[in-house]
Design a protein around this ligand. Structure first.
Ligand code: GLC
Length: 575
């Protein structure tokens, strides 16, 4: 009989719980690498460039959707959950990718979009052809309109992308008919998650990808699937991913219970209690497998509320949007880290840390501003243009601060190059539905989705594709940021990220013992110690003397242990 020692058990548990400490790299498939030269990124392009991610030192890759889709919301409008869109390749390409990733020690995470489908999904097409009240319509949220002839939407809900959250259909007999709910674009009808048939269908979608080797899921709109019965009006529309449930809407005197109860009434489609039942159902399926994980995209505040998504038996992780939304500000960062560790810790979950993704202004640009537009609105040519150097300097300091924290971290493709947002993109190229639904008033998220520059000057897309084509044009600055310019270049953002990830792993900081280090802080700095490594950031003003020790990583190019840390820089020191 084989003796299983405690050591072996501890080790296998650690491996099975890889998500507690992992650094996960987000690939936006349209924009990572184009393998066939059509200007659109694809799976073969990713597979060809996979070594670059192993070299960077990440543990897993989360892919934004690559499923069959008319691409009305860049793939977050799924027509077939069990196939790959020809734009990105096919299932064999996915299998090849997973196989190669395995040899490089990289896990592959798939994006699951359960809140809504594409209007081209067979179920929605069948619903359009069926009668009101039919089984087919009951998979989505169809209602009669208000007004004398049903000419008004059933309630006052607004789409996150602007305009009403309802569209009226033409019935098969040609008459104007019922309305259907779409919290996002009109091409993204919301599923009716009160219907068991929808739940069963998604059980099989999860198993499909898990059986194919996916390490887990990032789950889209994980706070939106349940709507309050009767679909009552919202108290105040605010069309963002968290509705009026924003940090500002939180009244300090309320208890958590009061706050959550109030927000659930005020916004009947975000963060309803019924969602937790779905979380558990997903989790039970993942638990049928040995080592899979799921991360929820739940835009809810405050963090104590978000922590409810990661209670035992629910999600493994959620994106820490409270952290993402925190500016480069010493006191605010201190608070959000303390609160995150406390709230997630209280339910036994690791905190995650994230600064950028495909829905927000890249942090290298965001941090150049004191105030930025609302999440999802983007920055266009008419907006005050950023101080690029200031943004980059702060972004590097912020990334180095983030990557030393214990828990899981997310990196959005291109941030390891220090890429800025494309803030001067010509409107003719825009694809984000937000731009169209608001008639250009909100430019939307295209500026953070621009294809990556690989080889400076190789062609018009700096090597993103062999032909130079790219579905969104790069700004001229991207040539400077190309990977080829940074590879091996001392002090480059790419080398900084590699060094941070290497040291993070070497000192097991993802799993580390964290404490604030007030003995190393003054009015312009923050400092913490994680597994014996001091992470020190200077936020403003004069340079500060750094303590004795070994410099493991630094955002300040010429820093020596006898030197001083300038503002908007971070250093890691082994004490
Ligand atoms: C999520 C995605 C975003 C998408 C939306 C609708 O927020 O991250 O890109 O537009 O859901 O699916």
């Amino acid at each position: 009989m084989v003796q299983i020692t405690n050591d072996v058990l501890a080790h296998s548990r650690k491996d099975a719980e890889w998500w507690r400490t992992s650094v996960i790299y987000q690939i936006y498939p349209r924009s990572f690498a184009d393998g066939n030269g059509d200007g659109m990124g694809d799976l073969q392009g990713v597979t060809q460039r996979l070594e670059s991610l192993a070299e960077l030192g990440v543990d897993a890759i989360w892919f934004s959707p690559f499923f069959t889709s008319p691409q009305k919301d860049a793939g977050y409008d799924v027509a077939n959950y069990k196939d790959i869109d020809p734009l990105f390749g096919n299932l064999a390409d996915f299998d090849a990718l997973v196989a190669k990733a395995k040899t490089l020690g990289l896990r592959i995470i798939v994006d699951l979009v359960p809140n809504h489908s594409s209007d081209q999904h067979v179920w929605f097409q069948a619903a359009l052809k069926a009668a009101p009240g039919s089984v087919e319509r009951n998979r989505y949220i169809f209602r009669d309109g208000k007004g004398e002839n049903g000419e008004l939407p059933p309630n006052n809900w607004e789409s996150v992308f602007g305009g009403a959250a309802w569209s009226r259909i033409t019935e098969p007999d040609g008459s104007l008919g019922q309305w259907y709910l779409h919290i996002f674009d009109s091409t993204q009808p919301d599923f009716n998650w009160q219907n068991e048939e929808v739940r069963i269908e998604f059980d099989s979608v999860l198993r499909f990808w898990l059986d194919r080797g996916a390490a887990g899921f990032r789950i889209d709109v994980a706070h939106g699937m349940i709507k309050v019965d009767g679909l009552p009006d919202v108290v105040a529309n605010n069309s963002t991913m968290s509705g009026q449930d924003s940090p500002d809407a939180i009244k300090t005197k309320e208890t958590d219970e009061e706050l959550i109860a109030r927000l659930q009434v005020e916004n009947p489609f975000w963060g309803q209690n019924g969602v937790h039942e779905i979380n558990k159902r997903f989790r039970a399926i993942l638990d049928e497998y040995d080592d899979r994980a799921m991360c929820g995209e739940a835009w809810v505040h405050p963090l104590s509320r978000m922590a409810r998504w990661v209670r035992p038996g629910e999600y493994h992780q959620t994106f820490n949007f409270g952290y993402l939304e925190t500016p480069w500000d010493k006191d605010k960062l201190h608070n959000v880290v303390t609160e995150s560790l406390k709230e997630f810790g209280a339910v036994g979950a690791p905190s995650t840390w994230v600064l950028s993704n495909h829905d927000v202004i890249r942090h290298a640009t965001r941090m150049a501003y004191d105030q930025i537009p609302k999440q999802g609105d983007g920055i266009g040519p008419k907006y005050e243009q950023p101080d690029e150097a200031k943004g980059l300097r702060r972004a590097r300091a912020a990334s180095a601060f983030m990557l030393g924290l214990p828990g899981g971290a997310y990196i959005y493709q291109g941030e390891e190059l220090g890429l800025p947002e494309h803030t001067t993109l010509d409107n003719q190229f825009r694809e984000d539905p937000t731009f169209f639904r608001t008639k250009g008033e909100r430019v939307g998220r295209d500026g953070c989705r621009v294809p990556l520059p690989w080889e400076a000057g190789a062609n018009e897309s700096n090597g993103f594709s062999a032909t130079g084509k790219s579905w969104l044009p790069q700004p001229s600055s991207y040539k400077r940021y190309a990977r080829s310019e940074q590879e091996g270049a001392a002090g480059s953002t790419l080398e900084l990220y590699k060094q941070l990830l290497k040291k993070r792993k070497a000192h097991d900081m993802g799993n580390g013992e964290f404490r604030w280090a007030p003995e190393f802080m003054d009015e312009s700095t923050l400092a913490y110690i994680n597994n014996g490594i001091l992470v020190l950031s200077n936020f403003k003003g004069d340079p500060v003397v750094i303590p004795a020790g070994e410099i493991l990583a630094t955002t300040q190019h010429d820093l020596t242990i006898e030197g001083e840390l300038e503002h908007d820089n971070t250093v890691w020191i082994r004490l």
